[in-house]
Write a protein that binds this ligand. Structure first.
Ligand code: ATR
Length: 276
């Protein structure tokens, strides 16, 4: 009987319990996935209490992906480099922290658009927050030649690039520059909260210079199809949705906890119905 959960605040509308219950069914595993909503004023006290509980593992979401780190005993390489954790597993060496966001993003993208990972391709990342960092690190470890980063506050894009050493080419640019050069990229990834419900009429960037066939991805999953993706579709882009990443990062977390290899694809359609 696996005891799993999610820490964060607020998490009342989280889709994680649904996903993990589906994964348990798929794998024939018995378990319970609980929402552990922790108020920021009680974080230290609740984390200490959590250490005494017989949990097998838990997910971490906003606003605790960084704050959880001092309570962990070991960090895996990606979590250490990013300074952010979204999955914790209890082991004989204590609590081990992982970050499956970037890996989940890349896996879900590669499954749909394998041609993006042929040599010579260029990606543009919009945003420089926590989500952008994980995706930048994971994308830069693929065959992509270039991963440029555009952000409203350009210095944050420069910092992101400087803090995470990678093999691919990378440049920080302004959103204005990104708007003009967007047609040069094979992949454009929107990683900010712009366009997230209830702010559904906003987009971070005008896509008037987008080239047909470009893969455009938005990590926002509420609404499922953001205005940004709608605009991209009108210009003949191929779309990659935020819920695809959400599902795949959960699959990787589940794999870490249970040592089973669940599949995301059979759940995708049901998940889309749930999100609509
Ligand atoms: P998270 O960790 O969830 O990614 P974050 O660290 O607050 O969140 O980062 C949010 C990202 O959204 C940043 O790239 C932010 O741009 P700034 O660095 O300039 O603040 C971006 N963002 C948020 N609101 C925005 C807006 N209205 N226009 C453009 N970018 C915005």
């Amino acid at each position: 009987m696996y005891k799993l959960g999610l820490i964060g605040h607020p998490i009342g509308h989280s889709l994680s319990p649904w996903i993990h219950n589906q994964l348990m069914d798929q794998q024939g595993i018995e378990g319970k996935y609980e929402l552990l909503d922790i108020h920021p004023d009680e974080f230290d006290e609740k984390m200490k209490a959590l250490k005494q509980k017989d949990l097998h593992g838990f997910n971490v979401t906003v606003p605790y992906k960084e704050k959880v780190i001092p309570y962990l005993d070991v960090l895996d390489k990606s979590a250490e480099q990013l300074g952010a954790v979204n999955t914790v597993k209890k082991t004989e060496s204590g609590w081990v922290g992982y970050n499956t966001d970037g890996q989940g993003f890349v896996h879900s993208l590669r499954a749909r658009f394998p041609d993006l990972f042929e040599k010579g391709k260029k990606a543009l990342l919009l945003g420089s927050g926590g989500a952008a960092r994980g995706i930048y690190e994971a994308l830069s470890r693929t065959e992509l030649d270039t991963v440029d980063v555009a952000n409203r506050t350009m210095i944050r894009a420069e910092e992101l690039i400087n803090q995470i050493p990678v093999n691919s080419q990378a440049a920080a640019i302004t959103l204005e520059q990104a708007m003009h050069s967007v047609g040069e990229y094979d992949l454009v990834v929107q990683t900010t909260t712009v366009g997230m419900s209830p702010d559904i009429n906003n987009t971070i960037l005008s896509l008037e210079h987008l080239t047909k066939g470009t893969v455009v991805s938005d990590i926002v999953y509420r609404p499922m199809k953001t205005k940004f993706l709608e605009e991209a579709e009108k210009r003949g882009a191929r779309l990659h949705y935020g819920h695809e990443m959400l599902l795949q990062q959960a699959v990787y977390a589940f794999q870490i906890w249970t040592d089973t290899v669940p599949e995301a694809l059979p759940l995708l359609e049901k998940f889309e119905q749930k999100l609509k």
